[in-house]
Design a protein. Structure first.
Length: 134
C-alpha cells in the first residue's frame, strides 16, 4: 500500500471509531448522505461523510505525552498516526507524490510533503483548514 494510502486509512479508521465514542448526535451525519458527498468524489470517498482531519489529529495529539506538532510537521503527523516517519519512508512518500526537489534537503522536502498530504487529504474527502493546504 502507498504511504499516502496508509495515512488516509489511519484517518478513516479513527473517523469510523469516533462516532462510537461520542454522543449519538455526532454519529448521525456520518450515516446520512448530504451535499458534501459530491465534493469528495475522488478516491471512492463520496459515499462517506467527510473526515474531520483536524478533529481527529487534535484528539490524538491530546492523548500523547510527547507534544506532536502535526499542523506543521510531517514527521509528527506520521508519528501521531503510528506510522514509521523515518527519512527513508518520507522519501518514498515524496516519490509517490511526485516531489521534484532535492530529497537530500529533508527540511524543504518535509515542508512540501506536509502541504501535499494536507491538500491530498482534502481532495480525498478530508475536512482540512485552508491554512494547512497553502
Amino acid at each position: 500500500m502507498s504511504w499516502f494510502g496508509r495515512i488516509l486509512d489511519k484517518l478513516k479508521g479513527h473517523a469510523q471509531a469516533a462516532p462510537a465514542s461520542q454522543d449519538g448526535a455526532a454519529a448521525a451525519p456520518a450515516q446520512s448522505p448530504g451535499p458534501a458527498d459530491d465534493v469528495s468524489a475522488s478516491g471512492g470517498a463520496a459515499s462517506a461523510a467527510p473526515i474531520d482531519v483536524t478533529g481527529i489529529l487534535d484528539g490524538l495529539a491530546s492523548q500523547q505525552r510527547q507534544k506532536l506538532d502535526w499542523r506543521h510537521s510531517i514527521v509528527d503527523l506520521m508519528k501521531l498516526l503510528e506510522l514509521d516517519s523515518s527519512l527513508e519512508n518520507r522519501k518514498e512518500l515524496a516519490k509517490e507524490l511526485n516531489y521534484t526537489g532535492d530529497t537530500g534537503d529533508s527540511a524543504a522536502m518535509n515542508i512540501w510533503l506536509h502541504k501535499q498530504v494536507m491538500t491530498k487529504l482534502a481532495a480525498n474527502g478530508g475536512k482540512v483548514p485552508a491554512e494547512l493546504k497553502d
